[in-house]
Design a protein around this ligand. Structure first.
Ligand SMILES: *Cc1c(COP(=O)(O)O)cnc(C)c1O
Length: 385
């Protein structure tokens, strides 16, 4: 029997076959155990196969796996109740999608409907997803170029340039979409002044502020939402990655008046809000709150950042980036060789931007785990330059 079907190769491969995961660790088919600071682009923030989440998903799967939004299900209601404990109280509606990029699409569509305007503002190094709409707001030319033409009415402004804010946010802008901490783009944090300038300018011209918290949300930065470090409020939050504990699910949380501008049938999704995804989000919220995850992420993240800073104290070309457990080491050149070397030390990391070695570990990593990473970095950095 000849098998002709093969996977389309769109990803750089490491030649490792994973067979098992538990909390901050994964194992390959040779029994090698890795410390996982990649965690599926941060998706396994609550741990690989966290038993509390797995049990809840299983339980729901046995009961009811499929129910569209046209039908009520208890698990969805319970999930939404739990969400009200962790969402800014102004964001009264939620709508579930399946991936981060779809949450961004929903945010774009809802903003256009609500404002009746066309233009979107995004920023340099922004990453918002790979579907045509979200891609139009994604900065990296490598991701965009082959697929043009994209959406026309998108303006890119310089991230963290406060002076530029008033100029680009005009009265034909429907929404400004911004990552509070840029994930894919290189772990750059928005400044306080920048986010506040966006908020006040959007209030002036009446456009929607969307915080894309797909990567920064759900406790990773030390608060449930990264924007809570800034004392400002969005009109829409997009969330994904960690919110399902590894199960693919995303959501938008939106202000009532934006939601009320939409009519039945104007937007939809086949899988969105399915009972299993809702069970995953509910269980994840319970873990987030019961285990005090944001606080733990803040604490171990602080230790991690401190150790990284010590490590690079005598190397000017290196810089520590990010916040909480959304951390990076800017090595001012392609970090791929470092990633490969760390893999040989059984540590999985990933890249961000052009020159940042990124760490998105599960929240339960220990000081010993961090020490191990620092030790390995010490070793691999010696031969790096
Ligand atoms: C990963 C990411 C997305 C896209 O999420 P997918 O689930 O891959 O579609 C969007 N925005 C941000 C900030 C992200 O980090």
């Amino acid at each position: 029997m000849i098998f002709l079907t093969e996977l389309l190769q769109l990803y750089h491969k490491y030649g490792i076959k994973l067979v098992k995961g538990f909390m901050q660790y994964v194992w390959d088919d040779k029994g090698v155990k890795y410390l996982d600071l990649h965690a599926g682009y941060g998706t396994a923030f609550l741990g690989h196969s966290n038993p509390k989440i797995v049990d809840k998903i299983y339980e729901q799967m046995r009961k009811l796996m499929v129910a569209s939004y046209s039908f009520d299900v208890d698990i969805r209601d319970e999930c939404i109740k739990a969400l009200s404990k962790i969402l800014p109280k102004e964001l009264e509606y939620v709508f579930f999608q399946n991936s981060g990029t779809e949450a961004v699409e929903a945010a774009l569509k809802f903003s256009r409907k609500y404002t009746g305007r066309k233009t979107f503002v995004s920023f340099t190094k922004a990453f918002h997803g790979r579907t045509m709409g979200a891609l139009s707001l994604t900065w990296n030319p490598k991701y965009r170029k082959p697929f043009e033409p994209l959406l026309k009415n998108v303006v890119f402004a310089e991230f963290n340039n406060v002076e530029d804010v008033d100029r680009v946010i005009t009265d034909d802008v429907a929404a400004v979409v911004v990552e509070v901490i840029q994930g894919e783009g290189g772990l750059e944090r928005a400044t306080h002044d920048f986010l506040h300038a966006i908020r006040s300018r959007c209030d002036e011209v009446g456009c929607v502020v969307v915080f894309d918290e797909v990567q920064s949300g759900f406790g990773r930065t030390g608060k449930i939402w990264a924007h809570q470090h800034y004392n400002t409020k969005p009109d829409i939050i997009t969330a994904g990655k960690a919110i399902g504990g590894g199960y693919p699910v995303s959501l938008v949380a939106i202000r009532r008046e934006i939601g009320d501008s939409l009519e039945i049938g104007e937007h939809g999704t086949t899988y969105g809000g399915n009972p299993v995804a809702c069970a995953a989000v509910l269980a994840s919220i319970n873990v987030l709150l019961e285990e005090n995850v944001p606080k733990k992420a803040a604490k171990i993240g602080e230790y991690f950042a401190k150790r990284l800073k010590e490590l690079i104290s005598n190397r000017e070309e290196l810089k520590v980036k990010g916040l909480g457990l959304m951390l990076g080491l800017d090595v001012s050149e392609d970090p791929k060789p470092l990633i490969e070397k760390l893999l040989r030390e059984n540590i999985i990391t990933l890249k961000a931007g052009e020159s940042v070695l990124r760490f998105l570990p599960p929240y339960m990593i220990t000081r010993e785990d961090v020490d191990r990473v620092i030790e390995a970095l010490e070793k691999v950095l010696v031969s790096f330059k």
